[in-house]
Every structure is written in structure tokens, then in C-alpha cells.
Design a protein around this ligand. Structure first.
Ligand code: UDP
Length: 312
């Protein structure tokens, strides 16, 4: 059986990727240090002999015995409040962690895909964002620890590709949602669902006119799988281009949850919060034959089923 290492395995995306690779017939080694991940997300996998779990921080030397076919580096705090709370760990996992995993990939002759982000575009001055856009990032702002770690991650990944001839893939992930997001991770959809279910104020930051484009997790996982299996080594945006204002999304969640006590409350806009964000996905369409298939209406419905069960 071919082996795959997935870092951030107990996280939102990592756990869905573990499911996918097991379904594809791989032996999956999940790795996570559980600072933002949650074992509940992979509890169902521990009974499988094709799954192993290492509780390890990838910013320290990573050892895995035997052969590896693929490495998926998805470990990182990923929500603005998490990387504000853990700025050094966020920088380390994107930089030192990526370096360790590239070294591991080289020693195992494995192909590696690294999880980059739309945050490499910062507060973008062009909308939608094509892969050729270089971004507008404040290196010393609150988001700098994440954005710059991910930009460094792309740079070192390209260096391993160009210098060592390593098989590398870079996915730039835009806002994604679905089951296994942490209820208290502070991101828009977990916040809105938990507040709406509890009948609290829905905290819209600023006037809610900033935009995002939300991709349902199943679509994202499909895009990542196809990119890893492709022969394309430059960065590819994976996300849903259906752009919407944050206020509209808050209203959609309110209507879906239907709790009459819930209502929108406006809070200050965090510093450097991007005003617009929307992926240009022509490359993914052309190279991977991929585009999202789950509408926001359908995706929000499925996500509500999950939050209903986990919000206390
Ligand atoms: N946001 C909000 N209320 C919240 C959490 C987030 O209005 O309780 C806004 C946030 O200011 C941003 C957007 O929703 O404009 C998406 O935020 P998120 O933290 O999900 O991720 P980002 O795309 O900013 O990295």
C-alpha cells in the first residue's frame, strides 16, 4: 500500500483529506500537534489499520519510517484569531515546518503539496485575484505572521523544485467551510452559525460590505486531490468565485437557522481585514478540469447540520 503523510491531520481540511486518501486506497499517516486541531475530527479513523497518527510538531525534525508516496502539508493555525494568539508558532510551522517536510520529501523521493492561501494576496488591489498577482501584504500587521509564513513557504517550495528538482505542488486556498470547523475558531461562518443557534448577536465586523467567496469543503478536497495528481508545479487557486458581502452571508445564516432571538450586531473591523477577495479559477478549470459544484445554499445547509450537533 502506498503511504501518504498528512500534516494538520486533526484539523478541518487535514481530517477531510485523511478521509479522501483512505477512500482512494492509501495508507495514511496523520500528524498534528493538536494546538488547533481536534482528535474528534479523526476519531473514526483510529480503528482502521490503514491509518496511523503521530502527535508531533512539524516545526521540529520530522521522522517517518519507510517509503512515502505523497506529503500534504496542511498544518498551521488558519484563523485570524488563532494566529494572533500564536504568532510565533504560525511563523514556525509555515517556515521551519515546511523546510522539514521538503527535506523529508527529498529524502523519500516523495511528491509534496503545500497549503498556501489567498492571504498571499493580502488586501488585494485587483479583484478577482489571478495567480499572477503578487499581492498587497503588510508584513508587520496582525496578519503578517500568517501571510509572510505562507509567502516564505511558497518561495522555499519553489526553491526545492528548481534547485533539487523536487516534485512540488502549491495550492492557494480561498475561504472554505463545512463540517469540522472549530466552533470557536473566530472565523465568519463558525461564529455566525454558533451565534445564530444560541440566539445571540451575530457579530458582523465593520459595516459588513467586505466580500469573500466561500468554497464548500468537498469541492476544495477534490481540487486539492486533482492538483496533487497533476503535473503542474506553479501555484493554483482553489476556491469558489461566488463572491458575497459578509453582511449577506450573515443574513443567509440567520434565515437558515431561523432562531428569532438572533440578530446582527456590528463590531469594529479588525486591522488589515481584506476588503475584497475572490479567486480567479481559470487555471484550475483548464489544468485540472475542476470547478466548484456545491452552491452556497446547499453548502450552508449541510454545514448547519454539523453545527447543530456540535454547538452547545
Ligand atoms: N467576520 C465578521 N464577524 C466575525 C468573524 C469574521 O464579520 O465574527 C468577517 C471578517 O472581518 C472578514 C470576513 O468575515 O471580513 C471573513 O473572516 P474570516 O475570519 O472568516 O476569514 P478571513 O477571510 O478574513 O481570513
Amino acid at each position: 500500500m502506498e503511504k501518504v503523510l498528512i500534516t494538520g491531520a486533526a484539523g478541518f481540511l487535514g481530517s477531510h483529506l485523511c478521509d479522501r486518501f483512505l477512500k482512494e486506497g492509501y495508507h495514511v499517516i496523520g500528524m498534528d500537534n493538536l494546538i488547533t486541531g481536534n482528535l474528534d475530527n479523526i476519531e473514526h479513523l483510529f480503528a482502521l489499520k490503514e491509518f496511523e497518527f503521530y502527535n508531533h510538531d512539524v516545526s521540529k525534525f520530522v521522522h517517518v519510517p519507510g517509503d512515502l508516496k505523497y506529503i500534504l502539508h496542511f498544518a498551521s493555525p488558519a484563523s485570524p484569531i488563532d494566529y494572533l494568539k500564536m504568532p510565533i508558532q504560525t511563523l514556525k510551522v509555515g517556515s521551519l515546518g515546511t523546510h522539514n517536510l521538503l527535506g523529508l520529501a527529498k529524502s523519500k523521493n516523495a511528491r509534496i503539496i503545500i497549503a498556501s492561501t489567498s492571504e498571499v494576496y493580502g488586501d488585494p488591489l485587483v479583484n478577482p485575484q489571478p495567480e499572477e498577482y503578487w499581492g498587497n501584504v503588510n508584513p508587520i500587521g496582525p496578519r503578517g505572521v500568517y501571510d509572510e509564513a505562507k509567502r516564505f513557504q511558497e518561495a522555499i517550495t519553489m526553491a526545492y523544485h528548481n534547485y533539487h528538482g523536487l516534485e512540488t505542488r502549491i495550492v492557494r486556498i480561498f475561504n472554505t467551510y463545512g463540517s469540522r470547523m472549530r466552533v470557536d475558531d473566530g472565523r465568519a461562518l463558525p461564529a455566525f452559525f454558533s451565534q445564530a443557534i444560541r440566539g445571540e448577536g451575530i457579530t458582523v465586523f465593520g459595516d459588513g460590505s467586505q466580500t469573500r467567496a466561500f468554497c464548500f469543503v468537498d469541492d476544495l478536497v477534490e481540487g486539492i486531490y486533482r492538483l496533487l495528481m497533476s503535473d503542474y508545479h506553479l501555484p493554483v487557486n482553489i476556491g469558489n468565485p461566488d463572491e458575497v458581502t459578509i453582511k449577506e452571508v450573515a443574513e443567509e445564516v440567520l434565515a437558515l437557522v431561523g432562531n428569532e432571538k438572533a440578530h446582527i450586531v456590528y463590531k469594529d473591523l479588525p486591522k488589515d481585514d481584506p476588503k475584497v477577495r475572490r479567486p480567479k479559477i481559470d487555471k484550475a478549470k483548464e489544468i485540472l478540469g475542476w470547478e466548484p459544484t456545491v452552491s452556497r445554499t446547499e453548502g450552508l445547509k449541510r454545514t448547519f447540520e454539523y453545527f447543530k450537533k456540535v454547538v452547545k
